[in-house]
Design a protein around this ligand. Structure first.
Ligand code: URA
Length: 209
């Protein structure tokens, strides 16, 4: 069974509460999602491997730790995932960016894959798959399949808000993929929206309806 981590950090919880408010406009919503993404990236990268290097300080020579240079890829699920990319990139600027395009059929609520563009060496990279809303888990499941078909075998799923149904679906289909989220909500309504959630993340990020 994969691990579910719900970030209890006060800054993350505070910012998530702010953007749940429907009165928060696009500019502020986007800025706060960006901040939460940075804070989540800080937590998600806790286990990155380190190595030692020699550094000459103005005082002496010392052996200290640096990142071992594990290759990373950030892969947003289009389009709402885009809202979290910059915030993560601020902390790990050397990461490559892939894109997986998926939309939800409004009638069946099933995800449809329409675009996949990934770094060539995706099979050697740890992948941070990013989608703000983990609702039924359909899109995440399909995106993880798309990544695995191309050789990725170390994948973490990062979401802002998750429904228990989505978490269970991803954990069942992909027991090797750990899930990191800022909020674990009550469930889904009849339209597939997360309750209480924050509405349609893509619309709120990009000012569409
Ligand atoms: N996608 C969203 O943007 N919001 C939800 O609540 C569910 C899916």
């Amino acid at each position: 069974m994969s691990k579910l981590t719900v970030f209890e950090h006060p800054l993350i919880q505070h910012k998530l509460t702010l953007i749940r408010d429907k009165k928060v406009g696009t500019k502020e919503f986007r800025e706060i999602v960006d901040e939460i993404a940075s804070l989540m990236a800080y937590e998600v990268t806790r286990d990155l491997p380190m190595t030692e290097v020699e550094v000459e300080t103005p005082i002496t020579t010392t052996t200290q730790k640096i990142l071992a240079g594990k290759k990373l890829a950030i892969v947003p699920i289009l389009r709402a995932g885009l809202g979290m990319v910059d915030g993560i990139m601020k902390l790990i600027p050397a990461a490559r960016i892939g894109h997986i395009g998926m939309y939800r059929d409004e009638e069946t609520l099933e995800p449809v894959e329409y675009f996949v563009k990934l770094p060539d060496d995706i099979d050697q990279r740890e992948v941070l798959l990013v989608d703000p809303m983990l609702a039924t888990g359909g899109s995440a499941d399909m995106a993880i399949d798309a990544l695995k078909r191309r050789g990725a075998d170390k994948i973490k799923l990062i979401t802002l808000v998750s429904a228990p149904e989505g978490v269970a679906a991803v954990q069942k289909a992909h027991p090797d993929v750990d899930i990191y989220t800022a909020g674990l909500d009550e469930g889904l309504n009849e339209n597939g929206y997360i309750v209480p959630g924050l509405g349609d993340a893509g619309d709120r990020l990009f000012g569409t309806h």
